[in-house]
Design a protein. Structure first.
Length: 297
């Protein structure tokens, strides 16, 4: 059974409420007053309710009428959004783009780029999330995001993923100057490092095999959810570990963290940008192009 509600009827009710009378609504909608009255009467008949009641010489909305106007405005707005997003899709611009940033990126890294994107295409919804190590790849594989930025290592063996090399990041081994390890001779051996408590950002992967970075004390470790807490834990002297140099430049400069020499090589991490090949949206293409133009971290 077709619904008695139509967008046209909802527009009429909205106009009456906004303009204050049937006659003013008719003028606003460029219709004759009788057409507006007929639309209201037909809707009342179909719903078997009264939408207006007389107060002196004026018709005012009943409680049911007010409810219908309020709910109807949401439907009108949704219909307008659907029409706009459909036109947007026809031009190749996605109405929504989901982006996961690996934890090696500063929280504010993408914001200036997003500001530029909105100058090009303001009508797009962006959903940002943060993942860690293998969890970044997993978010893409499981279609929870459309684009990942800063993913470490090579793409997993999964069809339909396009991955391109991005910036390299260098890790530095750090500790608070008050931590006892700073009093030991350098370069530090792996055995010395394992004797100190580790601070580790836990891999956010649930299904892919987790990736491991650095040397850990398996008996005493602190697992934290993000880089900000890891850095804070190091500053507090709770443990030692490796951090991307670009994330601790200020701490190294002001002395709240110190870089320690180690006997083993500090690896250079290869980071990637990746997306599903099936995604050909203009927003994704614009972002990938813009990211490739960014200076190293």
């Amino acid at each position: 059974m077709p619904s008695p509600l139509s967008l046209e009827a909802l527009e009429v009710l909205d106009a009456i409420e906004r303009k204050g009378s049937f006659a003013a609504a008719a003028t606003h909608l460029n219709r004759v007053p009788s057409a507006v009255s007929y639309t209201v009467q037909k809707l009342e008949q179909d719903l078997d309710i009264s939408l207006f009641q007389r107060q002196g010489r004026k018709s005012v909305l009943t409680g049911a009428g007010k409810h219908l106007v309020e709910q109807g405005r949401q439907l009108l707005l949704a219909a307008s959004d659907i029409a706009a997003s459909t036109q947007q899709v026809a031009t190749g611009w996605e109405p929504r783009l989901r982006i996961a940033l690996d934890h090696i990126l500063p929280d504010e890294y993408l914001l200036p780029i997003i500001e530029q994107l909105y100058q090009v295409q303001p009508a797009i919804n962006l959903e940002l999330s943060q993942e860690v190590l293998a969890g970044t790849w997993e978010a893409l594989v499981e279609d929870r995001v459309d684009l990942i930025i800063g993913a470490v290592d090579a793409a997993p063996n999964h069809k339909g993923i396009r991955s391109i090399p991005w910036h390299d990041t260098q890790a530095v081994f750090v500790a608070s100057p008050k931590h006892p390890i700073c009093q030991q001779s350098q370069p530090l051996t792996e055995q010395q490092i394992r004797q100190s408590r580790s601070v580790i950002v836990r891999d956010s992967s649930k299904n892919l095999a987790p990736l491991s970075r650095g040397i850990h004390n398996k008996k005493s470790s602190i697992y934290v959810p993000n880089m900000a807490m890891k850095i804070a834990a190091h500053r507090q002297g709770l443990g030692v570990g490796s951090l991307p140099r670009h994330l601790v430049k200020d701490e190294l400069a002001n002395g709240t963290l110190v870089e320690l020499k180690v006997s083993h090589n500090r690896p250079i991490t290869k980071n990637h940008i990746a997306w599903k090949i099936s995604n050909r949206g203009q927003a994704l293409k614009w972002l990938v192009d813009k990211l490739q133009q960014q200076p190293p971290l």
